[in-house]
Design a protein around this ligand. Structure first.
Ligand code: 1PR
Length: 530
């Protein structure tokens, strides 16, 4: 029996699913005594350091946790839970951590890289441990803006380190207490194996002989992510299907294109090596997701067998239902997180929030971005951008941020700006992509999903000009989306721009290109992949 410390502010469904997938039963901590009495305790920390410590305090969990660690009882911490073992964090100045490990948690610098780190990086094992039995150096999934600093005082705790701009602690262990910065429950089969080693942990006296070299000096490198995207909507018969737009038009001969069932396709992409899977409920702006049980059901069933990050978008904003009950955007997002999502993506409402922010010139804390980011962390909030080109003869013809384009407009215009749209491209707004992404990053978004209506479904390649334009405007990760037709398009986008990830839909759904083939071509070109 495994006990899970779910303090109620994060997505722990995926940890629950991973434990069950490995054949163990899981129960929740209900009272502080459960922390002391648990045979094995898993403590997943998601979101904001301050919120984690506050929830532990409110529930009376701090003392029993300290006692359990002092008694050297089996404990596995994940992500922010590793950070909570330290003395404090820049994320929550003045809030004390558990203080078990000397040292502070610091924020990554954005000088040479995007923050948060979102993606698959490697670990350098610094001391042998049975928890790495069967581990063969595969990359593991990290999603965090803050890191544990290496000091002389905490060296005795260091199990593994990783590099992201600077070297930091990615794993700690002493006796039966272990914690990882990465998410083993989201790191595919390699992560499940590490989790399994904790669950069936043997004593440390019969140490596993590791078949990978310890303390390899080469700095680790984060992989470029390949993301499979499933646009989901109900077809005219009322079934929830995976569809695909062609420049956002999802109908063919009058019917909604049906490319398969969401759960089946997601399972296939996981097996094929997708680094993340994104569901976009493309009529979310019409349907009411709290009653949209099918979408929540898709997430629940997918997350039982898919152990890489799941992002869900569509309809995330405040709602009042037909009974007059109001739900905040946080309520809607929480329903998706509880169902197995790791990240949520906001489209239309992000445009409205950015417009309001630009008008007010200050944060109100009321926008969907701010509310969700505060509780779940910036890394859980993706902004899905639906831009289209608007051509002009010169920068002087518009107040918007223009680029000089190598693809002149219909009347030979040499400049264009990218207009943001809402409602799936149905309505253009008077705000451009740079204004949108900068406002959203300021409001607390952690990643940009950069679609492109002009390129969507055309298989003519990504809009490199658009991607460079946006990439240079923000320091949060950017996912290139729309237009992939052949593997070479992925090489082009990763060699010509600094994006961290590339997303495709049509070519994967129609099996024209496999994810494995894309990664194989990337590896041959020396691009870091998982
Ligand atoms: O506005 O918060 O309710 O979110 C709605 C979400 O649904 C947004 O993320 C928006 O991008 C998406 N969406 C709305 N309508 C459509 C449509 O296609 N009619 N999908 C739509 C946008 C973008 C990607 C697409 C890539 C790659 N699709 O999902 O898959 O462009 O396609 P490709 O590789 O086939 O070229 P809200």
């Amino acid at each position: 029996m495994i006990t899970l410390l779910d303090y109620g502010a994060g997505n722990v469904r995926s940890v629950r699913n991973a434990i069950r997938k490995l054949g163990f039963e899981v129960r929740d901590v209900v009272s502080p005594d459960d922390i002391l009495n648990a045979e094995k305790l898993i403590f997943p920390g998601v979101g904001n350091f301050g919120v984690v410590m506050e929830r532990l305090q409110q529930n009376g969990f701090i003392e029993p946790l300290l006692q359990r660690i002092q008694d050297n009882r089996p404990l596995l911490g994940i992500c922010v839970a590793l950070q909570a073992l330290f003395e404090g964090s820049e994320e929550a100045p003045g809030v004390a951590g558990l203080g078990i490990i000397p040292g502070q948690i610091k924020r990554f610098s954005t000088r040479h890289q995007s923050v948060p780190q979102i993606g698959w990086n490697s670990i350098k094992i610094q001391k042998n441990s049975n928890i790495f039995s069967g581990y063969d150096g595969e990359k593991l999934y990290f999603v965090h803006s803050f890191y544990a600093t290496i000091t002389d005082e905490n060296k005795g705790w260091i199990l593994s380190t990783t590099d992201y701009g600077n070297e930091y602690i990615s794993g700690v262990a002493k006796g039966n207490v272990t914690a990882f910065q990465f998410h083993p429950e989201k790191s595919g089969k390699a992560g499940l194996n590490i989790l399994n080693n904790f669950l069936k942990k043997r004593s440390e006296d019969e140490l596993t002989v590791l078949n990978i070299s310890l303390q390899n000096e080469k700095p680790t490198r984060i992989a470029k992510r390949i993301i499979a995207c499933l646009d989901v909507r109900t077809n005219d018969e009322g079934d929830l299907v995976v569809t695909k737009g062609d420049q956002y038009d999802v109908r063919e001969k009058g019917a909604v294109r049906n490319l398969g069932m969401p759960v089946d396709l997601a399972g296939r992409y996981y097996e094929e090596g997708a680094d993340e899977i994104t569901f976009l409920n493309i009529t979310g702006f019409r349907d009411f997701p709290m009653q949209d049980q099918p979408m929540l059901e898709v997430l629940k069933r997918t997350s039982e067998n898919v152990f890489v990050p799941l992002t869900i978008g569509g309809g995330i904003r405040e709602f009042t239902d037909s009974n007059g009950i109001s739900y905040s955007a946080l309520d809607v997002a929480s329903a998706y997180f509880r169902s197995g999502a790791d990240k949520i993506s906001i489209g239309s409402d992000a445009v409205y929030a950015a417009e309001q922010f630009r008008q007010d010139g200050r944060k109100t804390g009321k926008s969907s971005i701010e509310q969700i980011s505060l509780v779940y962390g910036a890394q859980a909030v993706v902004i899905s951008v639906d831009p289209r080109r608007v051509y002009v003869n010169g920068p002087e013809d518009t107040k918007r941020n223009t680029i000089r384009t190598g693809y002149p407009g219909p009347k030979g215009e040499d400049y264009c700006w990218y207009q943001c749209t809402v409602k799936g491209g149905r309505e253009g707004r008077d705000i451009d992509v740079i204004e949108l992404v900068q406002a959203c990053a300021e409001l607390g978004a952690g990643e940009i999903l950069l679609n492109c209506i002009d390129k969507d479904g055309t298989k003519s390649g990504f809009d490199i000009e658009l991607i460079k334009h946006v990439r240079s405007a923000v320091s949060i990760p950017v996912i290139a989306s729309s237009g992939a037709g052949v593997s070479a398009h992925f090489i082009e986008v990763f060699t010509e721009t600094d994006v961290e990830a590339a997303l495709a839909a049509g070519i994967f759904h129609r099996k024209e290109v496999s994810i494995a083939e894309v990664k194989d071509v990337m590896q041959k070109q020396g691009i870091e992949t998982r």
